[in-house]
Ligand binder design. Structure first.
Ligand SMILES: *Cc1c(COP(=O)(O)O)cnc(C)c1O
Length: 388
């Protein structure tokens, strides 16, 4: 609802909006926390006359609060919450028609690649994967029927940075929209719409939720016509999360700013440790001045995030062993929560990319650096490195 006092970025800062935007004190009892509204249906005064809620798939008060809050954080006029990042992506791509063409980054999230190449392509959609850090490659990949260019920045697990403003210019030379998956950066570190993106996508399962306890997705845009179509599809397809899911994500957002500051601080300490170790052959982190995307990251991000990847001496076996010798870092897929996680992308999250252009190096280890005590994180990695 447009009358939300705290949605306005001109008046209230990010942290205040993370806690308050979209959330009104309950008029019946004054509860300061948005209730989990379990009702599936809402009373009407006369047929068609109601308070904005009819049926919970169409609109739900808990989901509405989350939608307004995260839209405000992205600097977006409109936001829609979904049951998962993938269902948000699927709903967005259903605005296209068979025959339309999609360009995506050649190290896109595996699930995005699978949705486009294995679900949509057989239905008649065309796609091209290309290097979005290379303007000429993007120009060459675009066709008259290109409707979406899908970028991620930073990417997973190689932490490649795409210059959003630079590619927005190229994308808008044609009749296409620029979609940016902002899952890794979060709106606290990067607001793609302000750099020329048309739509922001989130897996809120990661940093937005932040506690490894809820799966969700989000779309944000300033395009009212597109937003209307997306709201129609959200209701028509029905891939919405439960009120409890929406509540957990809304609760996670309240601490996003303080968590991200700590994630970044701990990641910096981890990068320093890794860079000084002789068993580490390469550290991938956009905060490093020798990272190819460092300048673009410094322009479009407030800080460089909590994800760190690195390559170890000794190849695939050494990398695999390393991931089983940490205690503070749990060996698990996913990322972006308070606890530190470690994984071997080649054997875990990116196993299905083996042999394709999305294949990742076998000696690569990915860290999702959590917000535990910095010293515990460093001690844990230090003892594992010493065993290599
Ligand atoms: C996890 C993830 C997704 C998919 O989101 P789900 O919530 O798992 O469906 C999409 N993009 C990125 C970058 C992700 O990390």
């Amino acid at each position: 609802m447009a009358d939300d006092l705290f949605a306005d970025a001109e008046t209230f800062g990010f942290e205040t909006r993370a806690i308050r935007a979209g959330q009104r004190h309950d008029p019946t009892c004054g509860a300061v926390v948005t209730p989990i509204s379990l009702a599936t249906t809402f009373v009407q005064e006369e047929p068609g006359v109601h308070r904005g809620y009819e049926y919970s798939r169409t609109n739900n008060p808990t989901r509405q609060a989350l939608q307004e809050c995260l839209a405000s954080l992205e600097g977006a006029a409109h936001g829609l919450a979904f049951a998962s990042g993938m269902s948000a992506e699927d709903t967005l791509l259903r605005t296209l028609s068979p025959g339309d063409h999609i360009v995506l980054g050649n190290d896109a999230y595996g699930g995005t690649f699978r949705l486009i190449s294995a679900v949509l392509a057989p239905m008649g959609f065309a796609w091209t994967a290309t290097d979005l850090t290379d303007p000429e490659a993007l120009r060459a990949a675009m066709r008259p029927e290109t409707k979406v260019v899908w970028a991620e920045t930073p990417t997973n697990p190689l932490l490649t940075v795409v210059d959003i403003a630079a590619i927005a210019e190229i994308v808008h030379e044609g009749d296409a929209r620029l979609v940016v998956d902002n899952t890794f950066a979060t709106p606290y570190l990067q607001q793609p719409l302000s750099h020329g993106a048309d739509v922001v996508v989130h897996s809120t399962t990661k940093y937005c939720g932040g506690h490894s306890d809820v799966v969700g997705g989000f779309l944000a845009t300033n395009d009212s016509e597109l937003s209307g179509r997306l709201a129609y599809l959200q209701n028509a397809i029905g891939a919405v999360g439960s009120p409890f899911d929406n509540y957990l994500t809304l609760r996670g957002l309240k601490t996003l700013a303080v968590r991200m500051d700590r994630h970044c601080e701990n990641a910096r300490a981890v990068v320093d440790l890794l860079q000084g170790h002789d068993k580490v052959t390469h550290v991938l982190y956009p905060g490093l001045s020798d990272h190819p995307g460092h300048d673009a990251a410094a322009r479009q991000m407030k800080d460089f995030g909590g994800m760190v990847s690195f390559r170890v001496a000794g190849g695939a076996n050494a990398a695999m062993r390393f991931t089983t010798t940490t205690q503070v870092f749990s060996l698990a897929e996913s990322l972006g929560a308070v606890e530190s996680l470690i994984e071997h992308p080649g054997l875990m999250t990116h196993a299905s990319a083996a042999g394709s252009e999305l294949e990742v190096p076998a000696d690569l280890v990915r860290l999702s650096v959590g917000i535990e005590s910095t010293q515990d994180i460093l001690d844990d990695l230090g003892q594992a490195l010493d065993r290599l």
